[in-house]
Design a protein around this ligand. Structure first.
Ligand SMILES: [Zn+2]
Length: 1010
């Protein structure tokens, strides 16, 4: 395994590398549509022939850990993990009477079924109902989700059904569940159910509390991550998606992949009252352009010509797998509004005797949950063209002096033409990274605006200065937007020279609003995307801003104002952009740590569907790698523009709120996006306008009308289905923790302009208590009253909410408003993966890696070490840790870290902490085992995250400022002016008990969460 060929092979095959050969192989992952999805569990299934379940038999498991070359001798118990701490915990937990576990009770009991992927099919049940499609006139097709679902209620609910997925789930094993030879899917299905409470109970043994006993987010991620290395996620069979942080290959069976849509409840109570008993939000997190993973089939693009895709005449829902064909194929019944539509003659196909259209398997729109429809002219507001990118570059003194202009220009070159590392690959890199037809323009600004003619017929770019910043116009029509391939020489030479050119002028003040107005004028005819850099507060010309945050307004009413903007100029330009199909990403740096008024400027991004990349203490060259990677990411990720979104749902439900970064004119209108990209998510809340029929399923469809980067007008259709039940107990089993946390976080972020931070934190606590007390009151009758009982699927929920309370957006204490408002808007647009990481970091210890960690296993999948809980109690003396929250990645090094480790990691001679270069942002490429392991691990982390690039920042104990960030991210400890995880659980538990006894008085009226 220490063979470097393996390492390199791994590197090339990593997700996103685009190696065509790997892709072909990976496509075999997906069985042909014709295969019954139920075949997933059969050993002979085509899906399985390529993914032998060898995980459990992997020789790498349980072999001797390779500690002979460990970097430090076996440690005595960590000094941070002292008896005293444990006793203290015990006292705290004891005080609220946490249930006492019988001594010697095997730990596995609690770990079993930690992810109860309830398959609605009872073991041995018919697979007929689960072939993924509601088939008209077969049985009671629309009930397929409920058909075989055991009716479980009351005490019975504590015995979850064992499903094939659960029983072979490595997470559940955790300790010793490792059959010698892998069983077939059917064998697993036949396994007898093992006793489990179906709920987590906090336990203590003989009066002592092991902090390791409280629910662990790292464990909740590591087990599923291993499982999904070797298994696909079939979207109709399992009704709780994998944890959002876990990479997985989804197999679309008609229900959209969780990457595109996650419901908070995959089984919905039939009435408001039943939902209220749960206190859980009914919401949907949509990420319509989410990236796919290697091994997943591309979203099909379907063209119905002039007619456009078939739609329901009454509610305008798009054709989807859940619409039923009747009358021999002449009618289709809408799954949203039940209206029987006529099938247009062009779309007619007869149904077979079982009521299924004979051509169903050839029609992706009838078999897949996520499809793209090409749409005809009536869906256009202007003729779609390939996306125009306008780089709007700050050339003021601060940008020049601090190396920010240099870094930004380099980043743009890298984004358009690839870095030096990519040159060797093939002809692709010289063809450029933008889709064919896309065009690029460059405008720079300080207190004037400078336009550039980039025509390929010129030897060098021509600059035109626009001094009129009150009423700027665009001084050239041809040559502003050019083909980046044709004008490569002109563009690269201009970008290379800009830093030098403006080092002579050094205007201190940028006229940002004028630049934005000019940019939107240049893009009005076509729409497009602006990528704008800014390095200082724009204090020149119209829309000049001033220092609003003097640092003295925390915990005052004035603070709320700092988190929003009433500036008419910025509001107006944002609206104009949306109307023109234009969106903007800002790259904002504050090299001197100064105030930038992100509340005002970032408003333009938030309204137009864009994003702010913020470098609060930009340091060149340390941060130029991150800057460059993030510019490249923004330019190369899937981006649509001029977009409208509509979310439809079944009769009985209605949309009650939207949360995200978009423009919403009036409630009921479509959401408008100047631009939307792969990383952006929207939260949608639903309420009841009637009672749902438990015999029917609830359907949701989001339709995003957008123009692709290559200039095609399309609708991205995302369909998702949930079963409906009378009681709330059934729903509790199908809770998606990541979706619940995401919706609550988005709702909280949306209130930050109305409520004080203190009120929001209070409301988050109340909401946590409401949800857990609701569960305690309704579903856990048999547990002793003093026991803290957590729902199986919401075990880590409290910790995630604590992470939210400690986040920069909501934390107590001083925090620059720029950072607060930036993080708050980010939360509003974050998908479930990115938010989960943000609320609880991944921590990997690299001083005690197994020698096989960080290399491919025999199936070619990277073997990741288990992650570490975010508490200093878990930090070992002499240790080295990677801490990654999806935004920053720290390499924390203990003061007594082994010199050998440093040399293995950083190179010969780099044996002292002090001697390391504090500003390095990546590891050198070395021939040592450890260096390769860590680079592979970082590559893995980089492949599963949101929009922010992964670069390393050193946090050496006692030496670097980044150590404060390390301490801040240890969310299980007492920090960020909030409790430790244990104290928080104790607090929540106390309030649950008061609530259960009817003696709770809410400190804050819960007016924040609907
Ligand atoms: Zn309809």
């Amino acid at each position: 395994m220490s063979d470097y060929a393996m390492y390199h092979a791994l590197g090339e095959g990593a997700p996103g590398s685009g190696d065509p050969q790997r892709k072909e192989e990976a496509n075999a992952f997906r069985p042909p549509i014709a295969a019954s999805p139920a075949g997933y569990h059969q050993s002979g299934s085509p899906a399985y022939s390529h993914t032998p379940n060898q995980y459990l038999g992997a020789p790498s498991q349980n072999t001797t850990p390779a500690q002979q070359q460990g970097y430090f001798p076996p440690q005595p118990p960590s000094p941070y993990h002292s008896e005293q701490d444990v006793n203290n915990l015990t006292a705290q937990m004891g005080a609220v009477g946490l249930g006492v576990e019988a001594a010697g009770q095997p730990r596995q009991n609690k770990k079993k079924n930690r992810h109860a992927y309830h398959n609605l099919e009872t073991p041995g049940g018919t697979s007929q109902a689960f072939n993924g499609m509601p088939q008209s006139q077969v049985g009671t097709p629309t009930q397929f989700l409920n058909q075989n679902s055991p009716q479980v209620g009351g005490a019975q609910w504590a015995q979850p059904q064992i499903t094939p997925a659960m029983s072979q789930f490595p997470a559940a094993a955790g300790h010793s569940f490792a059959p010698v030879s892998p069983a077939s899917g059917m064998q697993h299905a036949a396994r007898p159910g093992e006793a489990s409470s179906g709920a987590f109970t906090a336990q203590s043994t003989q009066g002592r509390v092991d902090p390791e006993h409280i629910p662990s987010i790292p464990k909740s991620r590591d087990g599923p991550a291993k499982y999904y290395l070797e298994h696909v996620y079939p979207t109709m069979e399992h009704h709780i998606p994998p944890p959002a942080v876990v990479p997985f290959v989804a197999y679309d069976q008609g229900n959209s992949s969780p990457k595109f849509a996650r419901l908070t409840l995959n089984n919905i109570p039939s009435s408001t009252d039943a939902l209220n008993a749960l206190a859980l939000p009914l919401g949907l997190v949509l990420q319509p352009l989410a990236p796919l993973q290697e091994g997943e089939q591309a979203i099909p693009v379907l063209d119905f010509g002039e007619q456009g895709p078939p739609r329901c005449r009454r509610c305008r829902a798009y054709i989807n797998p859940f619409m039923q064909f009747k009358s021999g194929g002449n009618k289709f019944v809408c799954n949203m509004c039940t209206f029987p539509n006529d099938v247009a003659s062009e779309y007619f196909a007869p149904t077979d005797p079982s009521g299924v259209r004979v051509d169903r398997l050839q029609r992706p729109e009838l078999t897949l949950g996520t499809v793209d429809f090409v749409v005809p002219k009536e869906y256009w507001s202007k003729p779609p063209v390939p996306l125009r990118w306008l780089f709007l570059i700050d050339v003021t003194a601060e940008a020049v002096n601090r190396g920010y202009l240099d870094g930004f220009c380099e980043g743009v070159i890298n984004a358009l033409y690839g870095g030096e590392n990519d040159e060797s690959q093939d002809a692709e890199s010289t063809k450029g990274r933008l889709p064919p037809g896309a065009k690029v323009g460059i405008v720079t600004y300080d207190k004037e605006l400078h336009f550039y003619n980039l025509s390929s017929s010129l030897d060098a770019a021509q600059m035109l200065v626009m001094p009129d910043i009150e009423d700027p116009f665009v001084p050239l029509s041809d040559g502003l937007f050019v083909d980046p391939k044709e004008s490569k020489a002109v563009i690269t030479s201009l970008l290379t020279q800009l830093p030098n050119m403006y080092s002579e002028f050094k205007n201190p003040e940028p006229a940002l609003l004028s630049a934005l107005n000019a940019a939107v004028t240049a893009l009005t005819a076509t729409g497009g995307k602006i990528v704008c850099s800014l390095s200082t507060l724009p204090t020149w010309g119209p829309g000049r801003l001033f220092l609003r945050d003097d640092g003295n307004m925390h915990n005052t009413d004035a603070e709320k104002k700092l988190l929003t903007t009433e500036h008419p100029g910025y509001r107006k330009v944002a609206q104009k952009m949306v109307e023109s199909g234009v969106g903007i990403d800002f790259f904002m740096a504050a090299p001197s740590g100064g105030y930038l008024d992100i509340a005002t400027i970032g408003h333009v991004s938030a309204t137009t569907g864009g994003e702010v990349f913020y470098y609060p203490n930009f340091h060149s060259p340390r941060d130029t790698l991150k800057l460059s990677k993030e510019i490249k990411h923004t330019v190369t990720r899937e981006t649509g523009y001029q977009a409208l979104m509509k979310v439809r749902c079944s009769n009985g439900l209605q949309v009650s709120a939207y949360h995200g970064n978009f423009f919403h004119n009036t409630f009921g209108a479509d959401l408008e996006f100047g631009v939307i990209d792969a990383d952006k998510a929207i939260g949608v809340m639903f309420s009841y306008d009637g009672k749902l029929d438990p015999k029917l399923d609830a359907h949701f469809q989001s339709a995003l009308l957008y123009t692709t980067g290559s200039g095609e007008r399309r609708v991205r259709c995302t369909n998702i289905v949930a079963s409906v039940s009378d009681g709330a107990a059934e729903s509790m089993k199908f809770v998606d923790q990541d979706a619940v946390v995401n919706i609550i976080a988005k709702e909280a972020a949306a209130r930050i302009t109305e409520k004080s931070l203190k009120e929001i934190r209070g409301a988050l606590t109340e909401k946590t208590v409401d949800i857990l007390a609701g569960y305690r009151k309704n579903f856990t009758g048999n547990n002793p009253p003093g026991q803290l009982v957590l729902p199986e699927n919401l075990k880590e929920f409290s910790m995630y909410i604590l992470g939210l309370v400690k986040s920069r957006a909501f934390k107590g204490g001083k925090e620059p408003t720029d950072r607060r408002v930036h993080d708050m808007r980010m939360i509003k647009s974050m998908g479930t993966l990115e938010l989960s990481l943000y609320l609880y970091p991944r921590i990997i210890s690299i001083h005690n890696l197994d020698e096989k960690d960080g290399f491919a296993n025999e199936n070619g999948h990277l073997r990741m070490p288990d992650s570490v809980r975010a508490s200093f109690a878990n930090v070992e003396e002499g240790g080295a840790y990677i801490v990654d929250n999806g935004q920053v990645t720290l390499l924390w090094l203990h003061a007594q870290v082994s010199p050998n480790l440093l040399e293995d990691l950083f190179g010969a001679g780099q044996s002292s902490l002090k001697g390391l270069d504090a500003f390095q942002s990546a590891l050198p490429v070395l021939d040592t085992h450890l260096n390769a392991q860590v680079r592979n691990i970082l590559q893995y982390l980089e492949s599963s995250r949101g929009s922010k690039a992964l670069t390393l920042q050193l946090a050496r104990q006692g030496l670097d400022g980044a150590e404060y960030e390390f301490a801040r991210l240890l969310f299980e400890d007492r920090n960020n002016e909030a409790q430790s995880y244990v104290d928080w659980l104790v607090h929540v538990h106390r309030h649950i008990q008061l609530e259960v006894r009817g003696r709770r008085r809410a400190d804050t009226p819960d007016t924040i969460f609907g």
